[in-house]
Design a protein around this ligand. Structure first.
Ligand code: R5P
Length: 303
């Protein structure tokens, strides 16, 4: 397996290649004066099984185009197979036409990702809500990994708390459940009503008086959801609030808002580049490449 990566995935790709002892090959990327993008695969990868690690964050839309161009370049070079690791799968939250005239973005973007002709997709903690499985929006092989176990392991090693687990909304239950099974502790799920990009109402209750509350969720974007639930838990007697979040987008002043709300520790990963990465997903990705990526024959793929 040869690892290549897009312009925002260099450190993760290096970590995966080091972890699994995979050869790393580079992709030259640049932007033309008019904003169009240029890519070129540096080495001749004809006949190789290639794993493209392509973070689609930040600047998602630009990186989707970069991804399409890299895959086309790899195909044009005659690679034997192309597996793609998109650690954070964007556009998944618009999984329904909430209002007349809207797209189902999760479906539209998954179709685009698949349409360029890849053999398999690996992703981490995708936001699956109305679509329960990746197979409902992709027809290629998809591997859905979770970063929750490695974040739980890190948390327990470093904080050793007795915790009560909290999910800020119904979609978070799939992630909270994993932590609950691992720690053998109960969890509470809240109801979230979103009024706008930076406005949510949370409803629910949890027995948290004098307890450490540990929130588990997939994404922190503007920090609105997390800041609200932290505030609620502290107002209702929690002795401390920590959080495990797979994808820390942390838009604008999100970190400040979280600190101000009283969040003590935010444990997150490197699925997207961020300044507070605590646990790397590189070992997860490397071990799935080693154990699951059987050789796919070029003939089979082209059919
Ligand atoms: C949505 O349900 C997700 O799981 C997150 O709760 C949400 O994306 C967080 O967004 P924000 O940080 O902007 O509230």
């Amino acid at each position: 397996m040869i690892i290549v990566h897009g312009s925002t995935s260099e450190s993760l790709a290096k970590a995966v290649s080091k972890e699994g002892n995979f050869k790393l090959s580079s992709v030259i990327t640049r932007t033309f004066p008019d904003g169009e993008q240029y890519v070129r695969i540096s080495d001749n990868l004809e006949g190789e099984d290639v794993v493209l690690i392509q973070s689609l964050w930040p600047n998602t839309d630009r990186l989707i185009i970069e991804y399409c161009l890299i895959v086309d370049a790899l195909k044009g070079m005659g690679c034997n197979s192309i597996s793609v690791v998109i650690p954070y799968l964007p556009y998944m939250r618009q999984d329904k036409r909430f209002k007349l005239g809207e797209p189902i973005s999760a479906k539209a973007i998954s179709s685009l990702i698949e349409s360029v002709g890849i053999n398999r997709l690996v992703t981490i903690d995708p936001h699956l809500h109305r679509f329960r499985e990746l197979s409902e929006i992709f027809s290629i092989e998809c591997i859905n990994l979770s970063a929750v176990p490695i974040m739980v392991e890190y948390y327990m090693k470093n904080f050793k708390n007795d915790v009560i687990l909290i999910g800020p909304d119904r979609e978070s239950e799939q992630f909270v459940k994993v932590a609950s099974r691992l720690l053998n502790v109960p969890y509470f799920i809240f109801e979230k009503e979103r009024l706008g990009d930076r406005e949510v109402i949370l409803r629910g209750e949890a027995t948290i008086k004098n307890k450490v509350a540990l929130i588990v969720d997939d994404i922190v974007s503007t920090g609105t959801t997390l800041a609200n639930i932290v505030q609620f838990l502290l107002d209702n007697g929690a002795s401390r609030v920590d959080a495990l979040i797979s994808h820390a987008l942390l838009i604008g002043d999100a970190l400040e808002r979280l600190k101000k709300a009283g969040l003590s520790n935010l444990i997150t990963t490197d699925t997207v580049p961020n300044p507070i990465m605590t646990v790397s997903v590189a070992p997860l990705i490397s071990s799935i490449i080693k154990s699951n990526f059987a050789k796919i024959s070029g003939e089979e793929w082209r059919r």
